[in-house]
Design a protein around this ligand. Sequence first.
Ligand SMILES: C[S@@+](CC[C@H](N)C(=O)[O-])C[C@H]1O[C@@H](n2cnc3c(N)ncnc32)[C@H](O)[C@@H]1O
Length: 344
Amino acid sequence: MENWQNHLHHGECFKFMQERFEVLKGRFRLIYIDPPFLTGAKYSLKTRSQDEVGISAKVEDTPTYNDKWESIEDYLSFMRPRLELMRELLTEHGSLWVHLDWHISHYVKVLLDEIFGYTNFVNEIVWKRTNSPKAQSRGFGAQHDVILLYAFDSQLFQLKQVYRNHDVISKRPYSYEDKRGKFRLIEIEAQGIQRTENRKQYEWRGRTAPYLYRRETLDKWWDEDLIYRSRNGRYTKKQYLADTLGVPVSDLWFDIPPVQGGSLEYTGFLTQKPEALLERVIQSATDTGEIVGDFFAGTGTTAVVAQRLNRRWLLCEEAESAVEIIKQRIQNLDMTVEYASSSF
Ligand SMILES: C[S@@+](CC[C@H](N)C(=O)[O-])C[C@H]1O[C@@H](n2cnc3c(N)ncnc32)[C@H](O)[C@@H]1O
């Protein structure tokens, strides 16, 4: 695998990372993992068999993986050496994204703080994974997963700004309209404590105020018809809705729906994650041509998206049924893939 482009490995990830450590060390700009979550469940692949006339008959369950553990300690001692190795595989600008939920995320946060250092923790992302949580006999219905994001070195790490589409709430401030379309007003004068803190004031177009911008900048905006003058003579800047790239994404990801049963990307694998989720992760953490890794690959969503975004990728997955799905999904993509399997 010395000259690999994209690589799919069928086998256990610790064994694989150890065996190939020299080839993989320091290569990955991004590793995203969606490992078992300590849910206590056994997962299966749901496929619909067809009868002779091609009509869907019954749903078949093929076991995929088991998320049952003796104890929390048992789970953490499984994760620790794998997370330690993954850190070693990152580039110095790289990052690890660990997808979990309430079952174990807080314990893994502490473990990752130990492995990466507390100061290299970047974000806890909350992904709203369902609109209809199951009713609980106690407590509230769980509606979200979390993704813990760690940088190899937070001093060198730089997330790329990504945007989400506007929704009804984010459009609300754009309540003004002129011939160029809807716009909102942005302050160009210092406000609050900044205003009272001896900030220099100057006169511009009949109003003396602690302006946040230089006179030349205000003149340029005036010429471009981007300055709004209120009835009492105060100036603000117009920001047109059409000129925005969308809403800058925060650590709350409420706009990505789960994989729907009837959608084109659905494979029948119960814990499959949506392509849109991986798109956001990969776009915010990598550049074209860089290498993305996923060592708990499931159906290979990471590879499908990485390929579409012109990144290189490496996947590892131990369940045979999942590897078969990955092979099918990547068959449809135009690429060079190396495939290997390890015996246990
Ligand atoms: C939650 S699923 C990943 C789903 C994936 N993100 C997707 O979109 O399809 C976790 C996967 O990790 C695999 N897995 C569990 N333990 C593993 C190990 N030690 N090495 C490699 N794969 C493992 C399971 O077989 C399962 O397919």
